[in-house]
Write a protein that binds this ligand. Structure first.
Ligand code: HEC
Length: 168
């Protein structure tokens, strides 16, 4: 580390020129605290960039669930006017059709914070393969998604970030 080398050398010279031990010690202390501050700044920077990376994934997950894969349209309850209830998004809802083709599910379950008992990894795997952790496939109209890992992980990050009253 050239900076530190120069700093030490200058410190030595300062110490030698005045021939006083305490001055050199003071200098070393100053140099050390500077390197401590630099270390702290580096750690703070690292923490901030990790936090930012996470919120980027969450933002992409929100975009995918609301604008692309349309999860929000089936998995969220609606008010009497048929509008999505913003405070209950992804909490599960009946499929809003009068008559359903045979074999279709009548309800889309809650998927915020993942379905009951699913880990994040199992959820990501499900969006990549269409297969539930127990090996079964959901019925229509749930689309059989085959997402790439990045998109599936972004959706998992976003749904996991939703905090509803009563959720863990
Ligand atoms: C067209 C409506 C529709 C869309 C769009 C949709 N789903 Fe579903 N989803 C359903 C229905 C209905 C079920 C229940 C299937 C069943 O009970 O067999 C379901 C089941 C699931 C399950 C399984 C839950 C469990 O407990 O077994 C998960 C997880 C899920 N959906 C996540 C998503 C995600 C994430 C998206 C968007 C990327 C999405 N769904 C988009 C209708 C939909």
């Amino acid at each position: 580390m050239p900076f530190f080398g120069v700093a030490v050398e200058t410190g030595m010279r300062a110490g030698v020129s005045t021939n006083s031990q305490p001055k050199e010690n003071n200098f070393m202390r100053a140099a050390l605290s500077i390197s401590r501050i630099a270390g702290f700044a580096a750690a703070a920077f690292l923490i901030c960039s990790v936090a930012q990376a996470r919120s980027k994934a969450e933002a992409r997950g929100e975009y995918l669930t609301k604008r692309v894969a349309m999860c929000v349209q089936c998995h969220s309850p609606r008010d009497d006017d048929g509008k999505l209830i913003e405070s209950e998004l992804f909490q599960g809802a009946p499929i809003p059709l009068q008559t359903l083709p045979s074999g279709w599910a009548i309800r889309a379950p809650r998927i915020s914070n993942f379905p009951e008992g699913w880990s994040r990894q199992e959820f990501v795997h499900f969006l990549q393969t269409g297969v539930r952790p127990d090996g079964t496939h959901p019925r229509r109209p749930m689309p059989p998604f085959r997402m790439n890992r990045q998109d599936a992980s972004a959706i998992a990050a976003y749904l996991d970030s939703l905090k509803y009253p009563g959720a863990e």
